[in-house]
Design a binder for this molecule. Sequence first.
Ligand SMILES: Nc1ncnc2c1ncn2[C@@H]1O[C@H](COP(=O)(O)OP(=O)(O)O)[C@@H](O)[C@H]1O
Ligand SMILES: Nc1ccn([C@@H]2O[C@H](COP(=O)(O)O)[C@@H](O)[C@H]2O)c(=O)n1
Length: 211
Amino acid sequence: MENGKKPIVIGVTGGSGSGKTSVSRAIFNQFSGHSILMIEQDFYYKNQSHLSFEERLETNYDHPFAFDTDLLIEHIHDLIQFKKIEKPVYDYAAHTRSDQTIIQEPKEVIILEGILILEDARLRDLMDIKVYVDTDDDIRIIRRIKRDMEERGRTLDSVIEQYLSVVKPMYHQFIEPTKKYADIIIPEGGQNQVAIDLMTTKIGSILTNGK
Ligand SMILES: Nc1ncnc2c1ncn2[C@@H]1O[C@H](COP(=O)(O)OP(=O)(O)O)[C@@H](O)[C@H]1O
Ligand SMILES: Nc1ccn([C@@H]2O[C@H](COP(=O)(O)O)[C@@H](O)[C@H]2O)c(=O)n1
């Protein structure tokens, strides 16, 4: 890094539909023009191109095992050492990685966003600030139905069936317990301007004063 400082890593987690992406984008936008990047844990779902489409539908996408966490950790390590990475691209409709990758140059601020980023101690140890976006289950399922039908190629029946059989139980087993690791808990996510402003001030202070 030009000024000799280590990049800052901010982890943003919470259940599906909690508003993680909205919070992360709001922070990202506050630093537009600065040296900042966003990494989505979803892009590190395991490659399933060797499986048929029907087999991919059976995958539990809310279990830690669904992710290639070793690759994600390797990439965060590289970015912290100011090395560029070749980021995978995920195709939600095909339920596997796309053939494309994106070259991501290192930056001073790294926002890592995803449902299970606080579940692995090795990832937690790389973070300077850990944020949990806390939104009620009923709000999250409503948001998810709308989003998955509009953007992720799912039907209403498939969203409801997946939510009740997998998403909800996995949330309570794996995601909600990681709340205890968070430095900050943000209720309701992207519309919480006070929380976004506090985060922005803190990141700005670390960038300027190192704390
Ligand atoms: N505070 C909010 N109020 C209303 N809708 C929201 C709010 N935060 C997020 N959304 C919407 O809910 C959906 C899921 O939000 P997103 O930020 O993608 O959540 P996550 O990344 O946690 O799954 C998106 O369509 C987003 O526009
Ligand atoms: N092929 C896939 C991959 C993931 N999901 C669901 O995405 C959720 C995580 O993404 P958010 O942006 O909502 O945090 C997770 O709950 C998976 O169930 C999927 O449905 N299909």
